[in-house]
Design a protein around this ligand. Sequence first.
Ligand code: DGT
Ligand code: MG
Ligand code: MG
Ligand code: MG
Ligand code: MG
Length: 281
Amino acid sequence: MAGSRFAYVRNFELPDPLLPETYMVLRIDGHAFHRLSADHDFAKPNDERALQLMDHAARDVMNEFKDIVLAFGESDEYSFLFRKSTALYNRREAKILSTITSLFTSSYVFNWPKYLPNTPLKYCPSFDGRIILYPSPTIVRDYFSWRQADTHINNLYNTVFWALVLQGGQTTTEAHATLRSTVSSTKHEILFSQYGINYNDLPARYRKGSVLVRTEVNGEADANATDAQSLESPSPIPPTATEVSQGSKKKKERIRTIVELLHCDIIGDDFWNARQNLLAD
Ligand code: DGT
Ligand code: MG
Ligand code: MG
Ligand code: MG
Ligand code: MG
């Protein structure tokens, strides 16, 4: 089976394996969403519909790729954490990155009309993607803390900024100047004293971002029971069920995995202590 005389070109396709035994995080980010959000009249600073659409696309990715155990989303970005020992596509970087970025994008476009029914897409949205490898659980946690801290910093800034502009009548230039070198407590104070907004009363989705976590549900156990406080909204898509056999063949135990949507803190220890499996193996 020598193939054609052209087959040698295959040798130019070089392997691109991701280092084994490392944690893989894939982050996608909307291309030029500053423009896309303006062109499609997204609410400022947060558009609930657009954020729910992002969550939907991320859930579609997790339903397709079971080795993703956790995802975190804010603004126009989503980060996906794979279980450490994943052998997805033999850990070929381009294959993993292109397939997942493409699936996320097509889901975003496919589901757009469900979330923004009166706003036809004016052009094709796209997302960039990258894969970052982390050598230890500590750094993985710091990565997710970094993203959630970013959510908080941006949301606080944007909330005051748009209050100054939309309610306070400042120009965007003036609002930027008002906020230049203000600390966090000053921003809280402006919001409360001038606009009657208690920052901590804003929706958790805006303050904490979106956490999608794969949870095993054994037998009759109800996953919601353990996470009732942090489970803010029911998922729009039915959870997937996976049947796996354990031990002897005649004794099959059903393990369902569901993907929960939370808007909770992931910087502290509680989230991770309750889900030791996320960083295991
Ligand atoms: P990039 O990522 O380098 O191609 O450029 P952008 O424009 O996507 O910038 P990026 O990703 O740093 O920032 C996200 C932009 O998307 C930012 O301008 C705000 C906008 N955006 C994201 N979510 C919302 C939303 O819910 N409402 C509004 N009004 N804008 C949003
Ligand atoms: Mg960017
Ligand atoms: Mg972007
Ligand atoms: Mg972004
Ligand atoms: Mg093919």
